[in-house]
Write a protein that binds this ligand. Structure first.
Ligand code: AMP
Ligand code: ZN
Ligand code: ZN
Length: 399
């Protein structure tokens, strides 16, 4: 009798594994603007979207840059609450700096205040993996996905896909249920040549054909009915015009302040009186840009509740570039992002298909902070409390 019960239990376990439909593959095409799918050059992505859910656009959080938004997607938090308030951060309290180009900073857990979905999943005994994602390389083992690869843009795109397929072929006990995958091509070409360039079209076609390859490989291992694939981008891209550059070097070259300038934003910290003086000066000069004290920033930006955000912020009008000097970087770009997250040019894509998603279902704009609770729902785990994202705003896209 005891043996029969044992056999029945093992049959049930195997059956559950065979028919499990709660795997999640989260793919990011960096800088893939919402309307790139409308150019008639993405047959694979469009066919995939038709089978599942497609949002008109994915609204990033402010500022619309890579690290802030990839981390919002996996934490359900606004950047002011998850800590990654930009690709570059200055902590005025201990005078340390974070930059996406600094490996040490990027893997330093002290900058990452959120709980990423792989942490939530691991706490629930779920195995996770990442072939790149900002925030996936932290020095603390329990804060990373179980399997992860340190960011290296030289790794060919096809190899990234083959590795993910390799993970899905692992035995059940060690197979990851949540996986991320990342491609930077659309963003790189968007910056270098502008979003309306033939170079960006070529990048879009290349990414689409890689996506086709991925889907084919998933079919080959017969995993199409088990996996839920969510394709997102962190932000869009807008064309930068050389006659829309505001050089503020004349005003910013004063002592006792620290100026961080990114084109779409200038963030200033420093001594109180100097900041007050600077604020008043810039206020008189407002033209094609606005200057704010941090606490004055309109609340819909959700960009004030963090000590790492500068005390004075200079925000250009959409499409304009603010600069603290005539640095080559600022003047070389033909495309950029980081602007107002309500501006459609800054919006990315959201398409999802798999056993848990509705089919042939088109929806309006989705907020990227809602993706974390959505993934938790699919993985059947409880999201961390006190997040900004809301399951009730997005749950209806599930079956
Ligand atoms: P952005 O300046 O916001 O356009 O950032 C895009 C760039 O971020 C890409 O071109 C990548 O090179 C870089 N990037 C993406 N993921 C990572 C990562 N995990 N570590 C370091 N850099 C990254
Ligand atoms: Zn990006
Ligand atoms: Zn970019």
């Amino acid at each position: 009798m005891y043996n029969i019960i044992k056999i029945i239990i093992s049959i049930l376990v195997v059956a559950q594994f065979t028919y499990s439909s709660d795997y999640v593959l989260l793919i990011s095409f960096d800088g893939f603007r919402w309307d790139y799918l409308e150019r008639g050059i993405t047959p694979n992505l469009n066919e995939f979207a038709k089978k599942g859910v497609r949002a008109i656009s994915l609204q990033p959080s402010y500022p619309s840059v890579t690290f802030s938004n990839h981390y919002s997607i996996v934490t359900g938090l606004y950047p002011e609450n998850h800590g990654i308030i930009g690709n570059h951060i200055y902590n005025p309290i201990n005078k340390t700096e974070y930059s996406l180009k600094d490996n040490d900073a990027v893997s330093d857990p002290r900058w990452y205040i959120g709980e990423a979905v792989w942490e939530t999943a691991r706490r629930n005994g779920i195995i996770t993996a990442s072939f790149f994602w900002p925030g996936s390389e932290l020095k603390l083992e329990y804060r990373r996905p179980n399997y992860f690869v340190p960011f290296n843009p030289k790794i060919p795109y096809k190899n990234r896909i083959d590795s993910v397929i390799g993970w899905l072929k692992l035995p059940y006990e060690v197979k990851p249920k949540f996986i991320t995958l990342y491609f930077e091509e659309a963003d790189n070409k968007g910056h270098d040549f502008g979003p309306n360039s033939p170079n960006v079209d070529t990048a879009i076609m290349r990414l689409d054909s890689l996506f086709g390859y991925l889907i084919e490989q998933i079919r080959r291992i017969n995993f199409q009915d088990s996996i839920n694939i969510i394709v997102v981008s962190d932000h869009g891209m807008t064309e930068i015009q050389k006659n829309k550059i505001i050089n503020l070097s004349h005003y910013l070259n004063i002592g006792k302040i620290k100026v961080n300038s990114y084109g779409y934003l200038i963030s200033i910290t420093g001594e109180k009186d100097s900041l007050e003086k600077l604020y008043n000066t810039l206020k008189q000069k407002e033209k094609n840009f606005k200057v704010y004290k941090k606490q004055e920033l309109p609340s819909f930006y959700h960009f004030s509740q963090n000590p790492w955000i500068g005390e004075v912020l200079v925000i250009p009008e959409i499409g304009w570039t603010v600069s603290k000097d005539s640095s080559e970087y600022t003047y070389k770009l033909l495309g950029n992002h980081g602007y107002d997250n309500y501006w459609l040019d800054m919006h990315g894509i959201f398409i999802a298909s798999g056993p848990k998603f509705k089919q042939n279902y088109k929806v309006g704009t989705i907020m990227n902070i809602d993706i974390y609770p959505l993934i938790c729902k699919i993985l059947n785990i409880t999201p961390r409390g006190n997040i900004d994202g809301k399951l009730e705003r997005i749950e209806f896209i599930l079956k």
